[in-house]
Design a protein around this ligand. Structure first.
Ligand code: FES
Length: 178
């Protein structure tokens, strides 16, 4: 059996060592590149809205009786993705038995308090500065600069789907945030 000359063995070990070093460095960079690629792929802004979420069964929305529901969905921003977080609440309103279902944000457009429904008076009230809204979301009285913010809503099969969104408060113009 031939014995490998020491110089050749040293050269071989050098090549192997350098190769392993380069491979280790490359592997260490993979998570960093994946992170950067992921952050440029996603939309920026913490409140970036996702798709519609199921908020109720359509049969539970009775005519003239607004139903308060919670939208649960995915929070997805430049750095973080979290499933099943509470996005916000909305009122589902059906005017007539076979009429469409509309969704209004519960956030008062004045300064952001939660809007309640007064069954006896048949209108929405904000407890903070007494803004009032009708079943179509129009502002009836009080300091709110606009009506309730309507959200995209549709019935899919038996479910009511709502695309939850936030809007800037205190402005007459409806401006989505995020
Ligand atoms: S926050 Fe609703 S009226 Fe002011």
């Amino acid at each position: 059996m031939a014995v490998e000359p020491p110089d050749e063995r040293r050269a071989f070990l050098k090549v192997v060592t350098k190769g392993l070093g380069a491979l280790t460095a490359a592997l260490a960079l993979v998570p960093g590149f994946a992170f950067l690629a992921g952050s440029t792929r996603r939309p920026s802004g913490a409140a970036a809205p996702g798709g519609p979420s199921r908020v109720a069964a359509a049969r539970d929305v009775k005519p003239g009786k607004p139903l308060r529901v919670t939208a649960i969905g995915t929070h997805d921003d430049a750095w973080l993705r979290v499933d099943r977080v509470t996005l916000g609440s909305c009122w589902l309103v059906r005017a007539a038995e076979d009429g469409p279902i509309r969704a209004f944000s519960t956030v008062c457009p004045h300064l952001g308090c939660g809007v309640d429904f007064d069954e006896q008076a048949g209108k929405f009230n904000c407890p903070c500065h007494t803004s009032a809204f009708d079943l179509e979301g129009r502002c009836l009285s009080g300091p709110s600069p606009r009506g309730l913010d309507e959200l995209e809503a549709q019935v899919e099969g038996r479910d009511v789907m709502v695309r939850y969104q936030r809007f800037r408060v205190g402005t007459a113009k409806r401006e989505p945030i995020g």
